[in-house]
Design a protein around this ligand. Structure first.
Ligand SMILES: [Zn+2]
Ligand SMILES: [Zn+2]
Length: 240
């Protein structure tokens, strides 16, 4: 019965590419071949810590210059691909057009992607980067919760979206430089119950990794509550 209904739905609402809305020949693919081919997936060689990709293929993962000078407090940061073209468009449609369906598919992609030197199954707890309640009311949902929920389902990983809080409202970081971003998020997160964090190997989920300032500040607060380790997982990564 379910299969008949799904078949009917495909006729009435043919599956379409998430970004350009072309109808899809392969109804299990999220993107049409043209949009898919524009995704720059992040694979080795990349920074063993922050995940920035290196040009050229004749090297293994190693620390980038920035991480060698000042190693981030998180253990590793990984993303599916560069924040451009198809992934950028999909994230914008998800966040700003409030298309939750796209977010659910992006969350599944995050769960299924094979990351270099990072395995979701090594972790014990998954947490989204929290939104301030005011931002949550404006947007109607926390995009990182949607993503983290899909990953937690596939890996049967405990999802905790309550213990880490954003108690201070901050302006969007979009036009800020690295130092300004760090100042903008400093002290805005807190943990409501340290017991839930103690000893956990945590995956912190966000949509985009830009300067890493949000990821680092959340990690600082979680490590202060005696997390074992914190990894950062995002759909996309800005690469200058
Ligand atoms: Zn397309
Ligand atoms: Zn790095």
């Amino acid at each position: 019965m379910k299969r008949i209904l799904t078949g009917l739905a495909d006729i009435v609402f043919p599956p379409r590419c998430l970004t350009c809305e072309e109808s899809l020949d392969n109804k299990n693919a999220p993107f049409c071949p043209a949009c898919f081919s524009q995704i720059h997936f992040l694979q080795s060689p990349l920074c063993s810590c922050c995940g920035i990709p290196f040009a050229g293929a004749d090297t293994d993962n190693h620390l980038c210059g920035d991480c060698a000078v000042s190693k981030p407090i998180f253990s590793v940061a990984r993303s599916i691909g560069k924040y451009e073209t198809t992934l950028l468009e999909a994230i914008h449609r998800f966040k700003y057009n409030r298309n939750i369906h796209i977010g659910e598919i992006l969350g599944k992609l995050m769960a299924e992607f094979e990351y270099s030197d990072f395995a979701i199954s090594d972790y014990s707890l998954i947490m989204p980067v929290p939104l301030h309640p005011k931002k949550l009311r404006q947007r109607g949902f926390n995009q990182s919760v949607i993503l983290a929920r899909e990953i937690s389902k596939l890996f049967q990983l405990t999802l905790d979206f309550l213990t880490l809080r954003r108690h201070t409202y901050t302006e969007a970081q979009i036009n800020l430089g690295r130092k300004e971003r760090e100042a903008n998020v400093s002290g805005v997160f807190s943990v409501t119950d340290s017991e839930k964090i103690h000893g956990q190997k945590i995956i912190l989920v966000d949509d985009v990794y830009t300067s890493g300032s949000t990821a680092k500040e959340c990690t600082r607060v979680l490590m202060h509550s005696n997390a074992d380790s914190v990894a950062i997982l995002t759909i996309a990564r800005a690469v200058q």
